[in-house]
Structure formats: structure tokens, C-alpha cells
Unconditional design. Structure first.
Length: 53
């Protein structure tokens, strides 16, 4: 999973869309951060991800 990039200037229409492009970005960023934590924990425990597939 690649780190998400923030919406470009002008991508948000500022009309309170549901979901806003920023809502989507922050949710994807949270998922990416969770994945990074999981991968770090696996590496710290000596369990590379490839062993689980």
C-alpha cells in the first residue's frame, strides 16, 4: 500500500460534500498508518510479511 497523497489544490469544492475528498484522504491515511504500524511490529518480532502469505 502506498502512502496516500493529499488532494490537489482546487480538488475540494468546499461545499460540504459527503464524503469530502479530505475525508477520503484522511481515512486512506489512517489505513496506511495502521499498515505501517503492523509492518513495523512484524519486523520488530522477526516475522517478515512474506512468511504469512
Amino acid at each position: 500500500m502506498e502512502k496516500p497523497t493529499p488532494p490537489a489544490d482546487g480538488e475540494c469544492c468546499e461545499s460540504a460534500c459527503e464524503p469530502c475528498v479530505w475525508d477520503t484522504y484522511y481515512e486512506e491515511l489512517r489505513l496506511w498508518q495502521d499498515e505501517q504500524k503492523r509492518l513495523k511490529a512484524e519486523a520488530d518480532n522477526g516475522n517478515p510479511r512474506d512468511e504469512h502469505t
